[in-house]
Design a binder for this molecule. Sequence first.
Ligand code: ADP
Length: 506
Amino acid sequence: MAKTDNKTSVPKRRANNGKLSFGGKWQYAKAPESTDHVAIEDRYGLFIGGAWVRPKSGKYFATINPATEKKIAEVAQANKKDVDAAVQAAKKALPAWRKLSGDDRARFLFRIARILQERAREFAVLETLDNGKPIKETRDVDVPLAAQHFFYHAGWADKLELLFPGEKPEPVGVVGQIIPWNFPLLMAAWKIAPALAAGNTVVIKPAETSPLTALRLCEVFEQAELPAGVVNVVTGDGSTGAALVRHPDLNKVAFTGSTEVGKEIQKAVAGRSVDLTLELGGKAAHLVFEDAALDQAVEGVVRGIFFNQGHVCCAGSRLIVQESVHDLFVRKLQRRMARIRVGDPLDKNTDMGAIHSSEQLMRIRGLVQSGVDEGAVLFQPKCALPKNGFWFVPSMFTGVTQSHRISREEIFGPVLSVSTFRTPEEAVKKANDTSYGLSAGIWTDKGARILWVASRIRAGIVWNNTFNLFDAASPFGGYQESGFGREGGRQGLRAYVKLRSGLLPG
Ligand code: ADP
């Protein structure tokens, strides 16, 4: 695709001084000053077989900045033929890639991780522009964690046989991956890194409203001289995703997104010999006991629901607090919420950025209205919102019952619902009263209580005295309608290998 002069300039900012917000443990690598200007093309093609190609559909659509509603760029709408070309490219690249030694594959992954670190600032700015999330989150969480996923999986690429002792791990083959808009770069890294480490080749489809960092990642692949066709990126909407999961030459599908679409995909692969992992919605319980360090718990609850505007499948959206400290805790939360800075995502002081899309804003508004209609009590601090763009004030409902829609349905926005419990048994019962099971959080001073509660909660991840802390070594995934399969850690790699019994030669 032709380069253009359409450059988006952002003001010079200081690199992160190593301070962390929202719990990320991985530090931002100081980026070169030259990335203060992020060059963005007018139009992007598809990345297939190591080359940028025009879509056979001839169609493009716009991706906008949710904080301004201004168009950033146009991206290609891939159709069935484009998807087929991408799958064929992945298929062609497979024999050579899987034959490479783990050590050689690791070299590519290490290189990708290093380049991501070097270009961290550029990726952070681009992600913030395309997604609407605050720069301090893209800078301190999204980009460093994306690099960490490549580093982590590079480390396993030549040690797979140690991970699965007595068995011979082999790549699954050509993998189709579909990702959502809430963590565009990070989700791409979560999906691509383990697939490549295990010797698979990939066709990945980013979400239609946030495709730019996945496309930019292709530049990193080019820079790292990743062999052509090992990763192919097709942009487009749900129809592109549907064409991908239906492609007969796929050996595995990995999906992160809504429970609704997850069910569609399950139907589409049923009866075919295609492996499937699904990471879907959530409605996490966040339990606060009366003996918890309440001020710390307030910070954890704020991080749990307002991080990334609440566009987080594992968000702690249901606060269930012990009755004896309910009033005090709610007052503390209200004071803290009044200090959340909502606004320009490119400002490093911003805590909460823009809602990702007008559709998502409508959904949030609709569910908040249902909370009011059903009799819960809404608290919203005074908060000046920008005129253009999509915005929502940090919100909290008290007096919520288990039957309220706001307590049952995933809002995927900055809306906390608060209810109470008296005994640990009741806390567990309420926490488990959900169709989901992705994550949960517990705040208490008592170690024995943490173990007692955590072992009874049906959720893939249970955070103790912290929340929304991620690490490539830690498996992530759900129960029930939150999906199946794990990403990250040994369990995550398991989904990208086939195991043959015994250490067979060859
Ligand atoms: P979200 O709630 O994050 O918008 P979606 O499940 O709608 O979640 O979208 C997640 C990803 O799934 C996006 O990349 C989207 O384009 C894709 N997608 C949407 N519909 C389908 C479908 N029927 N088959 C495959 N992928 C789809």
